[in-house]
Design a protein around this ligand. Sequence first.
Ligand code: GDP
Length: 344
Amino acid sequence: MNNLNPNIKKLLKGIKTVNLTVDETADGIIKGDRNALSRAITKLESFIPEDQKFAEEVVKKCLPYSGNSRRIGITGVPGVGKSSFIDYFGEKLIDLGKKIAILAIDPSSSVSGGSILGDKTRMETLSSKMEAFIRPSPTAGTLGGVAAKTRESIILCEAAGFDTIIIETVGVGQSEIAVSSMVDVFMMLLVAGTGDELQGIKRGIMEMVDILVFTKDDGDNINRTKINKKQFEIALKMFPVKDSGWIPKVLSVSAHEKKGIEDIIKILDVFFEHITSNNYLIENRQNQSVRWLNDRITMLLKNSFYQNHRIAELLKTVEKDVVEKKISPITAANELFNEYLKSS
Ligand code: GDP
C-alpha cells in the first residue's frame, strides 16, 4: 500500500467506480459506458455467489435492450489467421459505421490457465478503436460454464449498443457446437492446402458452416486457394440442406494484402437478408433461448445432485461397487437418483 502514489487515493475518490449498484451498472451499460460493461462482465465471470447474483440482475435489466445485433461465430485452428482476419474485418465494419464486440470461447484456457483468444494484443487496429470492445475468454471453468457466460455477455454488449457481436473460438469440436448455439451465422476459417479442411469435415463442423473463408490468399497460397475453393464449393453442396435454407458459400481473403473483405461483408448482408425474409433469424434465436433455458436447468440439477451431502457420501462406495461389478452402473445410477429425490 505504501508504494501507491498518494495522489491515486485522491483521484479515485472523485470517481465512483467500485460500488455501483445494479441499477447504476445497467443504466451505464445502456448508455454505452464501456467501464460499466467491463465491470458487469467481470462480475459475470466471477465465481463469488454475490457477484453472480449482481450480474444476473444486471443481465435481467439489460435483456429488453438486447437482440439488436448480428451475432457472428468465427472458428479456426490456432495460426489460421483469426485475429488478423477479425482485425481487418472489424476495421472495415467500423468504417461502415458499425460497433463491434469480440468475445471468445476458449476451453483450452481452462487447461493452460491463459487465454489465447480475444486477446487485445492480437488485434492491434481494433484495440485502439472506441467502436470496438474486445473481451478475452474467462481463464477458468468448463466449456459449459464459459459458454453460459458468453451468452450473457452477448446480451450486455448488445444493450451497450454493439451491433455486431463476434464470437471467436478455436477449432476443437465441442466449442464450435457451443458457439453455433448462440450465433446467427457461423464462419469457418481455413488455410488452403494444410489438411485442416479434412478434419473439419470429419468432426462434423462443416454441417454448421454458413460461410467458409480461406485465409492468407496471397503469395504462394493464391493457386492452392483457388483449387481448394472449387473443391469446397462442390463438397459443401453434398451436405443436406440446412434448416435456414442457406447454401454455404466459399470465399477467400488476405489480411496482409487487405483484399477480399468487401465480398465477405456483401455475402453476410445477403445471408442476413435471407434469414430475415424467411423468418429463420427469429425462429433460430427462439430455439437458442429454449436451449439456453434447458442447459441452465441441466446445470442446476447436476450441481444440486453432486453437491448433495448424502449423494457425495454414497457415491464413493457406489463407484467402488461398480468397478468391482457388484452392481451395474445403470442400477447404481437409478438407486442414487432415488436417494437424491428422497433427500432433497
Ligand atoms: P490466429 O492464431 O488464428 O489468431 O492467427 P493469427 O492472426 O495470429 O495469424 C497467424 C500467423 O499467420 C501470423 O504469423 C500472421 O502474420 C499470419 N497471417 C495472418 N493473416 C495472414 C495473411 O493474410 N497472409 C499471410 N501470408 N499470413 C497471414
